[in-house]
Design a binder for this molecule. Structure first.
Ligand code: FES
Length: 108
């Protein structure tokens, strides 16, 4: 378990997010108020790519069925909406992040 470079700080402005792949692991990195956070990049519902979703504050919305996750805690804050019903989905794994210079490093 080591820190691995996943992105540059210049790639992710405040309020932005970016997907990255470290080995076979998809991750999502977001900049919330100038601090970087990382969770798994695929939705726990049906593997929607969270990087293609929307970030509002610290909450990322999956582009597929609208599940929402807190990027800071990885907690599911809203389940998928399908056929007019809102279901449940699991929390996302959270990864430790540190910044060295302009490198964003994620511990996988
Ligand atoms: S795949 Fe993300 S909400 Fe269904």
């Amino acid at each position: 378990m080591d820190f691995v470079k996943a992105a540059n700080t210049t790639d992710i402005p405040v309020g932005g997010m970016k997907g990255a792949k470290i080995g076979s692991v998809d991750i999502l990195i977001a900049n919330v108020g100038g601090k970087y956070y990382a969770i798994a990049g695929l939705c726990t519902h049906r593997k929607g790519k969270l990087a293609e979703g929307r970030l509002d504050g610290s909450v990322v919305t999956c582009p597929r069925h609208g599940s929402t996750f807190d990027i800071i805690t990885g907690k599911s804050v809203g389940g998928p909406k399908m056929l007019g019903f809102r279901g449940k989905t699991s929390d996302e794994p959270v990864f430790e992040v540190k910044v060295e210079g302009t490198d964003i490093l994620v511990k996988i």
